[in-house]
Write a protein that binds this ligand. Structure first.
Ligand code: 4AD
Ligand code: MG
Length: 465
């Protein structure tokens, strides 16, 4: 007999049909005559109720069927008399694949805290909460590929191991096969990386953008979607050391079209979550964040506000004059903190915001320089509850200007000569951005901590599992 997924069984209207279901026991309860087993196989948030007659199975046989056990059940789909479900399975055979000793299995029925569940990340996918989150995570990945594929973007694979620091922030994890217990240095104490695996100093990428630009300057429009790594020691609810980033890059567009693309893209993903992950989003809304669905609808229905960094600073300064307190100072030329971003979005505009034209000192070398000599054509998309969800820019396409800026920022030409050549041969305006996948998931699931939207988070001092 072929196994039926529980999601299909619950939708079936074929009462009287014989089905084979397999899954993990969420709970078993009952009385002298009958046992009710809630069975879940990960195909949907709902469990199906299995009704097991005690006389038929025997009490001893049913005893090891406790929370966490894996079983197969054959039985008849019948209308349910009980509350909370329309159909259930009247079981006639049950096979026990694996038991889960109630004395040691950590996931018992009672509600566990998210903090505790992080310590058992190997088991937390079996909870309703993480089942919902990881189904949404999958769906968002499909939404992203669909969005770009429908618009003629090519999925372009950029390397994970690289010898260049795209963001120039020096937050890279080194990759080496040199023997760290016996590291050879020359007379100046310098490590000879020519002896290393790649013959050069290498690290895990912080962004696929530089290589993505090479793709866009040939294929027209590309996107990357892969893991990126940052050794920034920021232990916050919004930072991971290993996170997934989506980076579209488009030839022949400027900043305005780039902003439009970012808005269309994020809204498409949020709409997808509302329409295609309804049960899971409803569950998270009910359990964790009553305003979740309203917030998602709000983003789908409203244009993002666009203003410059300079205008943003003016608004923040005015707010301070009127008594608003921030932990960090607000000054033209310094980077905005999450509290500033959230003030603009949640309190001032009450809409997602795109800030543009940041001071060049706080942005990367590749951004297009404005005529004022002070700012670059950057854009950050700021979201309620999250702060920065997207960072992007129009790119500097002028060879001389780019070269000068790289030199000012101490980026050696020998590391980026190949990147510079896009500006020497057939250069053209182009732009792109990066969306942090887990930041999008924070928004869509209503979770508060980024550790709870990726199966196995990597953060400072934590790489278990
Ligand atoms: O603003 P960032 O650093 O921009 C770039 O890397 C550009 N190369 C993107 C581009 O233009 N192609 O990072 C982009 C986004 C951020 O807006 C944020 O959503 C996410 O990546 N991000 C992180 N997410 C989780 N943990 C971290 N440590 C993150 N750092 C950045
Ligand atoms: Mg950024």
């Amino acid at each position: 007999m072929i196994r039926t997924k529980i999601s299909d069984a619950l939708k079936s209207e074929q009462l009287g049909e014989r089905l084979l279901l397999k899954g993990w026991v969420r709970t078993r309860r009952g009385n002298k005559n009958v046992s009710f087993i809630a069975l879940n196989d990960g195909s949907c948030i709902q469990s199906i109720q299995i009704v097991a007659d005690i006389e038929h199975f025997g009490e001893e046989f049913l005893k090891p069927i406790t929370t966490g056990a894996a079983i197969a059940v054959e039985g008849i789909l019948v209308a349910s008399q009980g509350k909370g479900q329309t159909v259930e399975i009247q079981a006639d055979t049950i096979e026990i694949y694996g038991t889960a000793d109630p004395d040691t299995y950590p996931l018992q029925k009672k509600g566990h805290t998210l903090e505790f569940l992080r310590e058992i990340a190997h088991l937390r996918p079996r909870t309703n909460t993480f089942g919902a989150i990881f189904r949404i995570r999958h769906n968002m990945a499909i939404a992203i590929h669909t969005f770009f594929h429908e618009r003629g973007f090519y999925y372009f694979h950029t390397p994970v191991i690289t010898s260049s620091d795209c963001e120039g922030a020096g937050q890279m994890f080194q990759v080496t096969t040199l023997n760290l217990y016996d590291l050879k240095k020359d007379e100046y104490g310098v490590i000879d990386y020519e002896r290393d695996f790649f013959g050069a100093q290498t690290a895990l990428t912080v962004s696929g953008q530089l290589e993505g630009e090479l793709g866009a300057m040939a294929l027209g429009a590309i996107y990357t979607f892969g893991p990126t790594f940052r050794a920034e020691n920021s232990n916050t609810p919004r930072h991971l050391a290993e996170f997934w980033m989506i980076e579209p890059e488009v030839a022949f567009i400027e900043i305005d079209e780039n902003m439009q693309l970012a808005q269309d893209f994020v809204r498409y993903c949020v709409r997808w979550a509302l329409e295609k992950c309804t049960d899971d989003v409803n569950f998270l809304c009910e359990m964790y964040d009553k305003e979740l669905i309203d917030r998602l609808k709000f983003v789908v229905d409203n244009d993002f506000v666009r203003l410059t960094y300079t205008q943003g600073i003016e608004i923040l300064k005015r707010a301070i004059e009127q008594g608003k307190k921030f932990d960090f100072p607000v000054d033209w030329g310094t980077d905005l903190q999450s509290e500033h971003e959230r003030y603009l979005v949640e309190e001032h505009f009450k809409k997602p915001v795109i800030l543009t034209d940041y001071p060049k000192e706080i942005k990367s070398f590749y951004m297009k320089q404005n005529d004022d000599g002070k700012t670059v054509r950057a854009m950050d998309v700021l979201f309620p509850k999250i702060g920065e969800i997207i960072g992007g820019s129009q790119r500097e396409e002028d060879y001389e200007k780019l070269k000068r800026r790289a030199e000012e920022m101490n980026i050696p030409q020998k590391d980026i000569w190949w990147y510079m050549q896009t500006r020497q041969f057939g250069t053209a305006p182009h732009a792109g951005f990066g969306l942090g996948f887990e930041r999008l998931l924070l928004f869509v699931t209503g979770m508060n901590n980024i550790r709870d939207v990726i199966p196995f988070p990597r953060t400072p001092k934590n790489a278990t599992f």
